[in-house]
Write a protein that binds this ligand. Sequence first.
Ligand SMILES: NC(=O)c1ccc[n+]([C@@H]2O[C@H](COP(=O)([O-])OP(=O)(O)OC[C@H]3O[C@@H](n4cnc5c(N)ncnc54)[C@H](OP(=O)(O)O)[C@@H]3O)[C@@H](O)[C@H]2O)c1
Length: 263
Amino acid sequence: MSLKGKVAWITGASSGIGRELALALSQRGVCVVLSARRREVLREVQQSCDRPDAHLVLPLDVTNEDSLPLAAQQVYDRYSQVDFLMNMAGITQRGMAMDTIMEVDRRIMELNFFATVALTKTVLPKMVQRGTGQIVVCSSLLGKFGAATRSGYAASKHALHGFFDSLRAEIHGSGVLVTIVCPGFTRTNASINALTPDGTPFGNMDQNIGDGMQPEISAQRIIRSILRGKSEVYIAGKERMAVYLKRFAPGIFERVIRRVALK
Ligand SMILES: NC(=O)c1ccc[n+]([C@@H]2O[C@H](COP(=O)([O-])OP(=O)(O)OC[C@H]3O[C@@H](n4cnc5c(N)ncnc54)[C@H](OP(=O)(O)O)[C@@H]3O)[C@@H](O)[C@H]2O)c1
């Protein structure tokens, strides 16, 4: 399928998986709307894209719900359509549930869940009206099972499945697709930016993340899955076996996961 001339609005485009998606899509002729909070970093990503002038830098804190309609208007003023809304912005955590202040759980939920829902609701009506489009949601393998030190993060990613599986059923036949992407360990700044129990950044590169999938490869696999119209995909190494272990042998999974320290 040719992607030339399509428009992809990517949140989290300043770093990691979102950044690599922007670069890869620009090489396939897609016009990319680059959103995240850091304008200067987005500009650098734009300059690294194929045909920099074809893309729009749109700085945005996606948790600021009131700013979303105006942001969407800027996208429609420039391109008049959004073919792919790619909700990649997200934050993870490092900390036991018992030690983590509620504000951290709420911050994670606001960004990973509510902001994704709010931006989708901003863009969806026009997609349905056009009878075409694709909502891409970035979950995680931890959207399929929970693990120690990731309670709020796993909860926020599980919530995405409940919401977007329901939405997919509601809009079936409208021409708009919903693809939930579940990455495993991917070599990005995720653990550096992760929230600790008091809300300060963790600041370290985890071994698993450092040894994880290259984000360029992750981006290519995500694009392939989107083009195939998949409902849910696991973009991961062997750690994805945990999804199947939980599904088919939940008792064994429970014994295994409590011994796993996700470093
Ligand atoms: N890396 C992994 O191992 C892994 C595994 C499973 C799932 N994921 C998921 O993959 C997605 C991308 O994460 P990543 O690994 O690429 O991490 P990353 O390198 O830390 O990137 C996170 C992105 O989110 C943006 N962001 C954070 N807060 C924002 C806000 N309030 N408004 C707008 N943008 C915001 C950041 O940009 P600014 O700071 O410029 O705003 C950055 O571009 C996330 O949803 C994450 O949960 C990652």
